[in-house]
Design a protein around this ligand. Sequence first.
Ligand code: F6R
Length: 366
Amino acid sequence: DKGGHSHYMAKEIHEQPEVIAHTLAYYIDPAKPAVRERDVKLAKAFAEATSLTVSACGTAFYAGMIGKYWFEKLARLPVEIDVASELRYRDPVYPKGGMALFISQSGETADTLAALRDAKAHGQTTIAVVNVPESSIAREADIVLPTFAGPEIGVASTKAFTCQLAALAPLAIAAGKARGFVDEAAEKKLCAALLEAPRHIVEFLKQEPKLRQIAQGVAKARDVLYLGRGANYPLALEGALKLKEISYIHAEGYAAGEMKHGPIALIDENVPVIVIAPHDALYEKTVSNMQEVMARGGKVLLISDKTGLDAAGAQVWKAVEVPAADPFITPLLYAVPVQLLAYYAAVAKGTDVDQPRNLAKSVTVE
Ligand code: F6R
């Protein structure tokens, strides 16, 4: 049942306010607001941890990359991150007393499962963020943190991704608290900001017709670049992956500051450059990279909030406005325009959105 939508992917994009709220409610007590002390074992492990290794595949990996920024910032925990298909063959140095976090919607991804087993064999305390509670990864991890996305039918991950973020963010706060870097006031502020995410997404979804129209322009391109900085850099990677997998447009995500180290040579009027730049501490830097693109004739689609769009001026090709929010939660919000652009680009191209060619929902082969 697609609930009145043309594709499961559209339905699942629209379910996000609700399923994110469910996931947040499991980890955050809204009355305080504060993280729930569900797992004494988890708090103790974080308090004593020497490091955190994060691993996953595809979109789940990008959720983990965003998590890395949060864990470093809030919990001052050294984070090592790699895709599971590399980590497991790399002979990584697992520190004594380390923790390892694996993220998977299906809980059955073969490489992620193998990486988890390897980390466990090397004495790491393993945590799994999974959407399917009875999955192999959930069974084998020491600590299981569920997401409440519900069944995800579309092959391209949307609501599972934002629910992974909605589990990782409270986890980073809890880790920060356990390690003495997040005090009560900070915890309250961060939790309150997170609880606002569903409302902001509802608000943003009203702009869907506009996104559809912009995506029709994007669909004409052969190549697209996505740029972001900080926790929005993984979102640039996710945006490029979404475009590739469902619209078959070649897209690459880049850290905004890396543009001038090579990819800027690709810029001309045929390559849309999608810039993810909320008006946060990194805005000025990202916008200066954006201006370098425009100076070379590149056409920019800027995704920002009102302040960010106003400050950027009128020269951008297209602008998408996301509600202003605490910088901590912007990856959750900016995920939605990124999904809608890919979705409507695919619809414009007439591809099989829910069943893209060559892809399977769950990758149980190595
Ligand atoms: C992309 C996508 C894949 C999955 C990846 C991991 O839209 O869905 O990249 O994220 O195959 O799958 P899980 O999360 O089931 O381990």
